[in-house]
Ligand binder design. Structure first.
Ligand SMILES: Nc1ncnc2c1ncn2[C@@H]1O[C@H](COP(=O)(O)OP(=O)(O)O)[C@@H](O)[C@H]1O
Ligand SMILES: [Mg+2]
Length: 509
């Protein structure tokens, strides 16, 4: 940009508090015309808040916004759109029963008021889609589109409304690697045309690949703005978490033993009677990690819940060391040596209003040494808790602290400590690091590898392909309730995994 040209968007001293937390603390951010500017930070760093302020969804407590050099006041998305600011949220805001064209036309003024002129909208959308190389079926209903396609609709909608600055809030979280690549190609086209993009992410690889400049937020504060070409993943990680981080967990080759967990032709139904797991077959051997990759919502969580005894097995079999466990309760399954890090820490992993010590012995409280002739032995319980807190680096004021008051990372360590302390034969780990900071992530991954090295059969479900590739010995890909293929992680090709995640490749094996 020229010297005399102001930034397209400039935020100065933006501050926003929610009860108990300063989400944005005097944040400065500038976006130039034609740049992709990444907003990088861990969960809870304040990224969405900042952009929701720019888009008029939240009102800042303090700070000034300039657009094209002029001070503006943005008090609703309508104001933002009028200034050429568009935003695609993490949750899409489309109406499933309507077509793409109808969704875009919604809320727009038309020349033939009060009826929206769908033909005109359709014509303009087709042109836009062509310019930006978008693969979208404009006449299809939203309900019939995949997630990637819905995201393209949201982007197209923003462009249709004249967005010059496009804000994308964690857009790649729901995409396969191929879809991510397509999105990046689109973003490059957009900025080549002179538009600007604010790309929100917590993934370092992506941010390094796609952006020109990167602003790092930590705990609501700007840690710095750097040029992507002048920085490194290591530097960005340090800015994000405030210390150095190891990206890859060290792991030796697997010493695998017998198949401990066997799943055969498993069918699990959802509340509507549809098959969410649709004939899954695989085994996990002692001493190996089988990673289950897939876009969120393809049956991975239901698969694990069925193994853990939390969901009914409709057809097929689940065996632990050869014994069929269909119909057993979660406690009975746990009693057979199955540990479980559930997808939802808060709903099924912990009892938030109980103490760290109490949470650490859940599922074991009725057994020796914690219980004797029906009486809980609090001395033993507290001592065990203190040891586990030390061993698993659980940071809490004490074992009597309510789990609700712990950070997400420490809550997850409580679950991990409880589950691994039982020396399980099988570990079911579902999104074990989701929402955690890089430090806690590194720690939990290391513990999972340790469990594998001590002979545990680990089933790891994650939507983060990096995590799957780093930890797994073999990788299964799940799509619409089916296992599309199982590959040796040493020879896994991201390309092929992506195709399987999208349902367009099936591999024998
Ligand atoms: N509507 C809200 N009400 C209360 N607290 C909120 C709200 N939105 C965000 N927060 C809090 O503000 C902080 C920043 O959140 P957010 O901007 O969503 O972070 P990020 O997008 O970087 O993950 C977090 O501590 C979050 O819990
Ligand atoms: Mg966010």
């Amino acid at each position: 940009m020229g010297l005399s040209e102001p930034y397209l968007v400039e935020l100065k001293g933006i501050t926003k508090s929610f009860p108990g937390v300063v989400a944005n603390d005097s944040v400065d951010l500038s976006v130039a015309k034609g740049e992709i500017h990444a907003l990088l930070g861990e969960n809870g760093a304040g990224k969405s808040t900042l952009m929701n302020i720019l888009y008029g969804l939240y009102e800042a407590d303090a700070g000034i916004i300039y657009v094209r050099g002029r001070k503006v006041s943005i008090s609703s998305p309508k104001d933002a759109i009028a200034l050429g600011i568009g935003m695609v949220h993490q949750e899409f805001m489309l109406i499933p029963a309507l077509t793409v064209i109808e969704n875009v036309a919604l809320g727009m003024h038309s020349t033939k008021e009060p009826f929206t002129d769908l033909d005109t909208v359709g014509k303009k959308l087709r042109e836009l889609a062509k310019v930006y190389n978008f693969k979208i079926r404009l006449d299809a209903k939203i309900a019939d589109l995949g997630v990637g396609e819905q995201q393209r609709v949201e982007i197209l909608k923003a462009l249709y409304r004249g967005a010059e600055v496009l804000i994308l809030d964690e857009p790649t979280a729901v995409l396969t690697p191929q879809e991510t690549r397509e999105l990046f190609a689109t973003l490059r086209l957009l900025v080549a045309e002179g538009k600007s993009v604010v790309f929100i992410s917590h993934k370092l690889n992506e941010v390094m690949e796609i952006s020109h400049r990167i602003t790092v937020l930590r705990s609501g504060k700007v840690m710095g703005t750097v040029l992507a070409k002048d920085t490194s993943k290591e530097e960005l990680a340090r800015m994000m978490v405030g210390r150095s981080v190891a990206f890859e967990v060290e792991r030796g080759t697997a010493k695998t033993g017998e198949a401990v967990l066997e799943v055969k032709d498993l069918v699990v139904k959802d509340a509507w009677g549809l098959n969410v797991v649709n004939g899954a077959t695989f085994e996990v051997r002692a001493g190996e990690i089988l990673g289950v990759a897939g876009v969120d919502g393809n049956g991975q969580e239901e698969l694990v819940e069925a193994i853990a005894g939390m969901r009914r097995v409709s057809e097929g079999a689940v065996r632990i060391e050869g014994r069929d466990i269909a119909g057993l309760s979660p406690r009975q399954v746990a009693g057979m040596g199955v540990a479980h890090i559930p997808a939802s820490r808060h709903k099924t992993g912990l009892i938030l209003d109980m103490t760290v010590a109490e949470n650490l012995i859940l599922q074991s409280q009725y057994r020796s040494p914690f219980s004797r002739r029906g009486n809980l032995d609090f001395k033993v319980i507290r001592e065990t808790a203190r040891n586990l807190m030390k061993e698993f680096d659980i940071r809490a004021p004490g074992e009597d602290t309510k789990v609700r008051l712990l950070s997400g990372g420490n809550q997850q360590k409580v679950i991990l400590a409880r589950e691994l302390a039982r020396k399980p034969k099988v570990l079911l780990a579902v999104h074990p690091t989701r929402g955690l900071d890089v430090g806690a992530t590194e720690y939990i991954r290391r513990k999972i590898v340790e469990a594998r090295d001590s002979g545990c059969a680990v089933l790891l479900v994650s939507t983060e392909l990096d995590e799957i590739l780093n930890l797994s010995d073999r990788i299964a890909v799940m799509y619409e309730g089916q296992i599309m293929g199982i590959v040796d992680a040493r020879y896994a090709e991201i390309e092929k995994l992506g195709l399987m995640m999208a349902g367009s490749l099936r591999m024998a094996g």
